[in-house]
Design a protein around this ligand. Structure first.
Ligand code: NAD
Length: 261
């Protein structure tokens, strides 16, 4: 647990399920005020809020589509209305749509980029404006992916968006470092969340995924939540502009694990 997080306010985009919900719950357990966000899964968001409140925390569920800048502004306004300020902003919402690149429509490409990259920029901009306006330090965490560095056939839009998140994170970190604003990314590997549910339910596909993970097993959402809590805390006060890989070693060229090559 990180004592300095107690009483601070965090916004977590896309926190009706998966990694966002796990991070929201962890932040709640740290004694933070948590603004959960959803696009359509109201019940999931309410469940996240319920879990935080039952554990003694404070939370609000706000509907907003982060692919639209004006909706991200509205999410910020709602956070201000609920808790009077923000200290930490987590750009977690993300989507993926697989298709061979020669058959991928521009509309499909744009849908992914709008959520995964433009939505992240819109969230960063809101948070940075708040920190600058109030002359206060602040922290931003962007959810990237191992596909920030690993190419992924059929998911060119997703991989491009996550590589973009990596450079966006570094650039904003450099741009605002002297104002006490830290900007970092977390790059999960294969985690047990709804985005992977279909793949992981199939024993063959699960085994194929596990072969890509040197530690040999799929990660839990709580592993990402623990990394987010640390990055948000003062324990990471000298950490900015970095991507923290939470991937069981997936980015370590697993093909070389047992001396091959
Ligand atoms: P998920 O599909 O389980 O949850 C995604 C969340 O984002 C949901 O709450 C969904 O409602 C929300 N969302 C989607 N589009 C939105 C929009 N336009 N506006 C607001 N909310 C929206 O996904 P997850 O596995 O929890 O992934 C969370 C993040 O982590 C994503 O950015 C994803 O790319 C990244 N990631 C996940 C994994 C993994 O293995 N699960 C690996 C690497 C990176």
């Amino acid at each position: 647990m990180f004592d300095d997080l107690k009483g601070k306010t965090v916004v977590v985009t896309g926190s009706s399920k998966g990694l966002g919900a796990a991070m929201a719950r962890r932040f709640g357990a740290e004694g933070m005020n948590v603004v959960t966000n959803y696009r359509s899964d109201e019940e999931g968001a309410r469940e996240t809020v319920r879990a935080i409140e039952e554990a003694g925390g404070a939370a609000a569920a706000i509907r907003s589509d982060v692919s639209k800048a004006e909706c991200v502004e509205a999410l910020y306004d709602a956070a201000m209305f609920s808790f009077g300020g923000i200290d930490i902003w987590v750009n977690n919402a993300g989507i993926e749509e697989g298709a061979p690149s020669d058959q991928k429509s521009i509309e499909a490409w744009q849908r992914v980029l709008d959520v995964n990259l433009t939505g992240v920029f819109a969230g960063c901009r809101c948070a940075i404006n708040h920190f600058l306006e109030h002359d206060m330090p602040g922290t931003i965490i962007n959810l990237s992916s191992v596909h920030e560095v690993i190419p992924w056939p059929h998911f060119a839009d997703y991989a491009a968006s996550k590589a973009g998140v990596g450079m966006l994170t570094k650039t904003l970190a450099l741009e605002y470092a002297d104002r006490g604003i830290r900007v970092n990314a977390i790059a999960p590997g294969a985690m047990n969340t709804p985005i992977n549910a279909q793949k992981l339910a199939d024993p063959e596909q699960r085994a194929a995924t596990e072969r890509l993970i040197p530690m040999g097993y799929v990660g839990a959402p709580e592993d990402v939540a623990a990394a987010a809590a640390w990055l948000a805390s003062d324990q990471a006060r000298y950490v900015t502009g970095t991507t923290l890989f939470v991937d069981g070693g997936m980015t370590l060229y697993p093909g070389f694990q047992f001396g091959e090559g």
